[in-house]
Design a protein around this ligand. Structure first.
Ligand code: ADP
Ligand code: MG
Ligand code: MG
Length: 883
């Protein structure tokens, strides 16, 4: 097989079709080369070699050495250089590159091929001995660190010692001889630490670096990252070997990173930073603060350092041309790395840019409007769950702000939390339910854990493309970087800004959209969902088949639901109305009643309140369907728990506390989930169903009068296992309907249906459907009863199941297609047998889960119902389920 693919000079063996083999970096380098962009030539060793390496005890395929050597020959011809050549030495970078982006996870070695001989050639070619020696010592350091396992800090110390001794501030002050001494010390350090000499043979260097890249696929950082992001450890990394170009040769050289659009807002404007006279990772590392690429950005940031556009207008124009070409080719925002060597532009990397949700929406909508992609493609590009981040609060516009310092707005949204200095602190706090903001000088891959635990991130150093910024945007967490006024001292546990000092645990507020870091808690507001969000929602609505309803019981929820596009209420849980402060005492009176008469008397007090609740809901929904569930939870849930509440209730209800305690004890159940609840309540206490039905019908009449249009309530009977239960409750409802219509002098229209939340109900669906106008799948209870798992007790074992892979997914989060899904399919099929036009919907947590919504589409339900805040997610997921 082919293990090695070459690229360069306008041609390439591979391309994006071979992404799984070449990794994204290698495939896109090949693609850029084929498009005629200036890419330093090189070759890619495939991910298949990586798999072979791990499957065969860290050995390479037999033919690899020959193929690499052939690729090196071709590279020599393309560059006119060869390994170890005393005048024209070939220098390369060795870069990892997997299919999925793993920023900062694998280590790159630059300047490989330098040794005591070739360094002189580089010095002669560049006319700058110090540059050549600096490159050499950087290579030894990287190679020593990445390949030979010598702590990088030890190299820094050698250099720092020398600078301190000589009183130097910058590396540029070192003389050539001093650089030679540093190099000699570096080599000694490696020999001392490893017992092996630093290899001078470029071929030996190359194989060492290749081995290190494959080895790094298995290192702890990479393994953790893959776990966190659900990347298969079997996919492997490719190795890219590429001719070096130097952004640090002189002041006409530079290196930079750019996004073809703004990755934070999605605006259509090139967005990027560069450093003059710098190499490789320096922009990303955030040690020096970079300059803006475009003049517009420089003006906006009020920087006094010139933009690339102003400094090198021709190179800038060439670069802009490539950006446009790449965007048109890849049909997506691109994240690019480039280097300028003595005025000549080289493209080093391109990939789809990570972006915030806001940016993703704007880019998808803009690109569809630009004709680059279709509306369906635009919809497919938005991960429905990510919309949740849009519901992040922002800071109230006129709230007083105690601004400590301002940095770069790296990831939007606002957050309030206590200061934490490291991942351990952040994680501990999160476990205790405390929100923290991670404050660091800069972040490295070791901090990713802490970033997951934090609600926001602040770094003192770094630019918009620094590690912290990139990761935070990916996580959708507010982030401010480059807050140079801020000094974090993790050892002392303090942050100082000017004269002010804050400590770990102090509360700060950050605004990732303005870059402000503020003391204390600043008031926030919910976001406005207009612009591209609204546009993509309109497109989704035009495409989706599933109706989307909301689970709502209060007027506030109902209004939010409509604002978020609900087409009705799929589940109104009446018990939530009972819990309300002003009526709980009437509810308790009803529960404690010893006779039907006294129970009815208490219920008469509740009736007007319920009627008012329902009337308001009907009015807000303006004739859209409203599905009301009769009282469902065990009565015990409404009774007081604490001793103080008990004595108080005894007093107001006029019973002896002992009597009350006995009554409470009587209502206690061993297993309330399977106890006296659902339609069983209506069977034991028909007065409850009766009064609820009356409230519903009277409210419907009142609302219909107000709206001037018919209101047809849907009444849902919970926890039905047998048709006889439904028939019993239905007869009560029918009787009340007649009474109310006689009193009002006109007919009342309504539908009675049932929840399918017990396996028996699903199996008996044909029979039950004779009496039910609709089925609503209550998947929370159906999952509990199908698995025999009580959701309230699952915490003690379900996490272990997931961790050990005994269950692939939490069935309470994403519907279990195989088991619970099968019951739903059976119920639909059997229900339709006796009632072909039966109404079908799903309510419960699953109604807001994209994977479960896709299931509902396949199963042919008419609607899903979920919490108001998940409405946009459900609308988008429903559209994606059909494209
Ligand atoms: P990562 O995957 O972490 O982005 P890269 O392989 O892109 O790592 O390499 C890190 C840095 O090294 C890049 O920013 C790039 O600018 C620089 N680099 C890589 N290859 C070369 C090369 N052939 N010449 C000059 N610079 C290079
Ligand atoms: Mg890197
Ligand atoms: Mg890179």
């Amino acid at each position: 097989p082919t293990w090695v693919y070459s690229f360069g000079e306008g041609v390439a063996d591979g391309g994006i079709r071979l992404r799984h083999l070449l990794g994204t970096k290698g495939a896109n380098l090949a693609e850029m080369a084929s498009l005629g962009l200036p890419v330093p030539p090189g070759f890619t060793i495939t991910t298949e070699v990586c798999r072979h390496y791990y499957a065969n005890d860290h050995r390479y395929p037999d033919d690899l050495e020959r193929q690499v050597s052939a690729a090196l020959d071709l590279l020599s011809r393309r560059t006119g250089r060869s390994f170890g050549h005393p005048e024209r030495p070939l220098l390369v970078s060795v870069r990892s590159g997997a299919l999925a982006a793993m920023p900062g996870m694998m280590d790159t070695v630059l300047n490989l091929g330098l040794n005591d001989v070739t360094v002189e050639a580089l010095a002669a070619e560049s006319g700058d001995a110090r540059f050549a020696l600096d490159s050499y010592r950087r290579f030894i350091q990287m190679f020593g660190d990445v390949v030979m396992g010598v702590d990088g800090q030890a190299f820094e110390e050698i250099l720092d010692d020398l600078k301190e001794r000589e009183g130097y501030f910058n590396d540029t002050e070192l003389t050539a001889d001093e650089w030679r001494r540093v190099i000699a010390s570096y080599k000694e350090l490696i020999a001392d630490e490893t017992g092996k000499p630093f290899p001078l043979d470029p071929l030996e260097q190359l194989w060492g670096a290749i081995g290190a890249v494959f080895g790094s696929w298995g290192n702890r950082r990479a393994v953790t990252f893959r776990k966190l992001h659900g990347i298969s450890s079997n996919s492997g990394t490719a190795v890219n070997v590429q001719a070096m170009v130097f952004g640090n040769m002189d002041e006409r050289s530079a290196t930079g990173v750019a996004f073809t659009r703004n990755p934070s807002t999605g605006e259509r404007q090139l967005y990027g930073e560069f450093l003059l006279n710098a190499q490789g990772e320096e922009v990303v590392a955030g040690l020096r603060t970079p300059q803006d690429i475009t003049e517009t950005a420089r003006l906006a940031s009020r920087s006094d350092r010139p933009s690339l556009e102003a400094l090198m207008p021709e190179t800038y124009r060439e670069f802009i041309g490539y950006c446009q070409k790449l965007e048109r080719h890849f049909k997506d925002i691109q994240d690019l790395e480039f280097t300028i060597e003595r005025g000549k532009l080289w493209m080093l990397q391109t990939r789809s840019g990570r972006r915030t949700v806001e940016a993703a929406l704007r880019i998808a909508v803009d690109m569809a409007n630009e004709g680059l992609i279709t509306r369906e493609e635009a919809i497919e590009r938005i991960d429905p769950s990510s919309l949740e981040q849009l519901l992040h609060p922002t800071i109230e516009a006129d709230a007083p702000r105690d601004i400590l310092a301002t940095g770069l707005p790296a990831s939007p949204g606002a957050a309030v939390g206590e200061i934490a200095f490291n991942s351990e602190q952040a994680e501990k706090a999160r476990q205790r339910g405390i929100k923290v903001i991670l404050v660091r000088a800069e972040t490295s891959p070791d901090d990713v854990h802490g970033m997951h635990s934090a609600v926001g991130v602040v770094t003192a150093r770094g630019g918009m493309t620094s590690h912290a910024a990139v990761i935070a945007r990916g996580l959708g967490k507010p982030c401010v970087v480059g807050v140079s006024a801020l000094k974090a001292d993790p050892v002392a546990g303090t942050v100082t800004v000017g004269k002010r000092e804050l400590r770990a645990g102090d509360v700060i507020t950050i605004d990732g959209s303005s870059g402000q870091v503020m003391a204390g808690r600043v008031p926030m507001k919910e976001p406005e969902l207009s612009g591209p969000f609204a546009e993509i929602m309109t497109w989704a609505d035009a495409i989706r088949r599933l109706e989307v309803r909301a689970n709502a019981e209060t007027p506030v929820e109902a209004r939010i639901a409509r604002q978020f596009g609900a087409e009705g209420i799929g589940l109104c849980r009446t018990e939530h109305m009972f819990f309300e402060h002003s009526r709980i005492s009437a509810v308790r009176e009803m529960i404690l009643a010893e006779t039907p008469e006294s129970r009815r008397a208490a219920l008469e007090k509740i009736l007007p309140m319920q009627r008012q609740d329902f009337a308001e809901l009907f009015e807000i929904m303006e004739g859209q369907p409203v599905c009301i569930r009769l009282l469902d939870p065990p009565l015990h849930e409404f009774l007081p728990r604490t001793e103080r509440e008990v004595t108080e209730l005894a007093r107001t209800a006029g019973v002896a506390p002992d009597v009350l305690r006995r009554r409470i004890a009587n209502l206690e159940e061993y297993n309330p989930m399977l106890g006296h609840r659902g339609c069983r309540l209506a069977v034991s206490f028909p007065e409850i169903a009766e009064v609820q039905a009356r409230a519903i019908f009277e409210a419907a009449i009142a609302a219909a009068d107000k709206l001037g249009r018919p209101v047809v309530p849907e009444i849902m009977v919970p926890l039905v296992a047998a048709r006889q239960e439904l028939d019993y409750v239905k007869s009560i409802i029918a009787r009340v309907a007649i009474e109310v219509s006689e009193a009002a002098g006109r007919p009342v229209n309504y539908k009675v249906g049932t929840m399918i939340e017990l396996p028996r109900a699903a199996l008996m669906a044909e029979d039950i459907a004779q009496s039910a106008a609709f089925f609503s799948f209550g998947t929370n209870d159906l999952t509990q009863t199908t698995f025999g798992i009580s959701r309230d007790d699952a915490a003690s074992f379900l996490p272990t199941y997931l961790q050990k892979g005994v269950l692939a997914r939490d069935p309470f989060v994403s519907i279990d297609r195989d088991g619970v899904g099968e019951l739903i399919r059976i119920a639909i099929e059997r229900g339709r047998k006796s009632r072909p036009d039966i109404g079908l919907g799903m309510c419960g947590e699953h109604g807001g889960d994209p994977a479960s919504i896709a299931f509902c589409e396949e199963a042919g339900l008419a609607y899903v119902s979920c919490s108001p805040f998940r409405m946009p997610i459900a609308r988008l997921a429903a559209a994606r389920a059909v494209v």
